[in-house]
Design a protein. Structure first.
Length: 207
């Protein structure tokens, strides 16, 4: 998910299920993916024991399940289109300001009226990536289904720490700000040892 595919298809036909309760992991993954990065997760299981277990545990109610990969792929093609914009930012003091300019330009083009909150969040995430992560940052904006997702990827596995402002005289207040402004936010590890920090903002209706 951190590598931002357009959807995830999970093929279950070679899966051996010892305990049916373990199938609930797919529901958890699907819920996480819907928060960020807004990806659909679908399952593929031919008629048989695994498909029956999905039905008996009601998992196929929560995660769309198809008999073949081609059926699942056709379903993913019907997912509403999303708008994407990305920019690479160097490990330099001016990068947070460059990120704010990028956000202002892109959201103006998309006619999304959450520029101020998005700029505050982006500034904090990019600054954390550069100052504390010690690496360049990749900023990604995504708009779909009335939600704006801001994601910043860096090369550090150090997760941001959240402190109350009164308890963080020298740091941590940026994460508190992100927590206050975002509908939901979190972090995800990347395959290369880095991380993505993401935040979701609700877009006002009609924008």
């Amino acid at each position: 998910m951190a590598d931002e595919p357009s959807g995830i298809i999970v093929q279950l036909d070679r899966l051996t299920v010892v305990t049916p309760l373990t199938l609930s992991i797919f529901g958890s993954v699907a819920r996480k993916a819907s928060d960020w990065p807004g990806l659909p997760v679908v399952l593929v299981a031919h008629p048989g024991r695994t498909r029956e277990l999905l039905r008996n545990t009601a998992m196929d109610r929560f995660v769309p399940t198809y008999a073949t990969i081609s059926d699942a792929a056709r379903a993913l093609r019907g997912v509403p289109a999303r708008q994407l914009a990305t920019v690479e930012l160097p490990p330099a003091p001016g990068s947070p300001a460059a990120a704010r300019r990028f956000v202002t330009e892109v959201l103006g083009r998309w006619r999304v009226d959450v520029v101020d909150d998005a700029c505050l969040i982006v500034s904090e995430l990019v600054e954390n990536a550069i100052l504390h992560g010690g690496s360049s940052a990749r900023l990604r904006l995504e708009l779909r289904r009335g939600l704006l997702t801001v994601a910043v990827r860096d090369a550090s596995d150090r997760r941001p720490a959240r402190f109350e402002p009164s308890a963080a005289p020298t740091g941590g207040r940026g994460v508190f700000l992100v927590d206050a402004l975002a509908k939901v936010w979190g972090t995800a590890p990347t395959w290369d040892g880095g991380k993505v920090v993401w935040a979701v903002l609700a877009v006002p209706a009609g924008t």
